[in-house]
Design a protein around this ligand. Structure first.
Ligand code: SF4
Ligand code: SF4
Length: 305
C-alpha cells in the first residue's frame, strides 16, 4: 500500500506558543479560508512555492545555469530578478543555491518521517508537559495524514494539539477526536457578513463544529486573532463573551494580536498581497485594552496582563 504523505511547509521545534510546554509544530499546507491578515500565507495553497531572499544571494550564478525556463534574470538596475510567471517550481535552482537565497517551500513527508522528526525532542516534552501540535494552513484539510500522524503520536505517548480554523466537515473532526488532547480553535470574526468579507467564507459551519466538539467533550481553547480596525470591536468582544457563556466547558480564550510577518513572506514567495500593509501593528496598550474588554465581559483570557 502506498504510504500516506502529508505536504508540510515547516516543522518547527521548540515552539512555546502552540499549546502547553515545549512542542514541535507541524505546519500543513492547504486551507479553505483566505484571511486578509494571514500570517502564514505559504500555508494557504497546497502547491509548493519558490522563496527568494535577494539579500542572501552571493551571485554565484548557479540558478541561472540550471533553470530550464530562464526564470532568473539580471537587471542592470534592480539586480537579480525572478520572472515567476515562467517558474514551474521544480526546485532545481533551490537545490543548487548553497547560500539559501532560494528555497522550496512545501515538502511531502510520510507519517513515519514526520513522527521521527517530532520524537527527537521527546525528553523536552516529558519535562515541560509539551508534545506535538498540528497547524497550518488547516490540518484537517489533509485529513488522512493528520489522522494517521495523530494516531501514531498518541501511540508514542505524546500530548497532541490541533490548531484549526474550524472550517472543515465535522466528519473530519470525528476522525481525529480520539487522538486530540487540545484544540486551539480560531474564532476570527463573529459577524457573518464580515467573516465572509475577511476570510472568504461564512462562519456558520465554524460555530456548528465548535458546538459539536464541545458537546463531544473535547478540550478547547479559543484563539482570537485581533486586527486593529477590523475586528477589535465591542460587538465582536460581546459576541465572543456570549459564545463562551453558551459553551461552559471551553478552557478560555487567547488573543492573537495581528503582526506583519506575513508581509515579508508574501514578498519572498511572490504571493499576491491581500492588503496586509494597511493594518497597524497593535501597541502593547492596545492589546491590554482588548484583554480587559473581554475580561470585563467574563471571558477567561489566558494572555498575560
Ligand atoms: S544560486 Fe543562490 S546565491 Fe547563487 S546566484 Fe542563484 S540565488 Fe544567488
Ligand atoms: S524552481 Fe525550477 S523553474 Fe522555477 S526558477 Fe527554479 S529552476 Fe527555474
Amino acid at each position: 500500500m502506498a504510504p500516506i504523505l502529508g505536504r508540510v511547509f515547516d516543522i518547527q521545534r521548540f515552539s512555546i506558543h502552540d499549546g502547553p510546554g515545549i512542542r514541535t509544530t507541524v505546519f500543513l499546507k492547504g486551507c479553505s479560508l483566505r484571511c486578509v491578515w494571514c500570517h502564514n500565507p505559504e500555508g494557504i495553497d497546497r502547491e509548493r512555492h519558490l522563496s527568494f531572499v535577494a539579500r542572501n544571494c552571493i551571485g554565484c550564478g548557479y540558478c541561472f545555469r540550471v533553470c530550464p525556463n530562464q526564470v532568473h534574470v539580471m537587471d542592470s538596475e534592480k539586480g537579480h530578478l525572478l520572472r515567476r510567471e515562467k517558474c514551474e517550481v521544480c526546485g532545481a535552482c533551490a537545490e543548487e543555491c548553497y547560500a539559501k537565497a532560494l528555497e522550496l517551500v512545501g515538502r511531502d513527508v510520510t507519517v513515519e518521517d514526520a513522527l521521527a522528526e517530532v520524537m527527537r525532542d521527546q525528553p523536552f516534552y516529558e519535562t515541560s508537559g509539551g508534545g506535538l501540535t498540528l497547524s497550518g494552513g488547516e490540518p484537517l484539510a489533509q485529513i488522512d495524514f493528520t489522522e494517521a500522524l495523530l494516531r501514531a503520536a498518541k501511540e508514542a505517548g505524546l500530548h497532541c494539539a490541533v490548531e484549526t480554523c474550524g472550517h472543515a466537515p465535522f466528519r473530519a473532526f470525528k476522525r481525529v477526536l480520539p487522538y486530540v488532547d487540545l484544540y486551539l480553535y480560531d474564532i476570527k470574526e463573529t459577524d457573518e457578513r464580515r467573516h465572509e468579507e475577511y476570510t472568504g467564507a461564512p462562519n456558520g459551519v465554524i460555530f456548528e463544529n465548535l458546538r459539536a466538539l464541545h458537546d463531544a467533550g473535547a478540550a478547547i481553547l479559543l484563539r482570537l486573532p485581533i486586527v486593529p480596525g477590523l475586528n477589535d470591536r465591542d460587538d465582536h468582544f460581546e459576541n465572543v463573551a456570549r459564545l463562551m457563556r453558551s459553551l461552559p466547558r471551553l478552557r478560555g480564550a487567547e488573543i492573537m494580536p495581528y503582526h506583519r510577518l506575513g508581509t515579508s513572506k508574501r514578498e519572498r514567495m511572490g504571493l499576491a498581497s491581500v492588503g496586509d500593509a494597511i493594518y497597524e501593528t497593535p501597541s502593547k496598550e492596545a492589546v491590554a485594552g482588548w484583554v480587559e474588554a473581554l475580561r470585563r465581559r467574563g471571558v477567561a483570557v489566558i494572555n498575560e496582563g
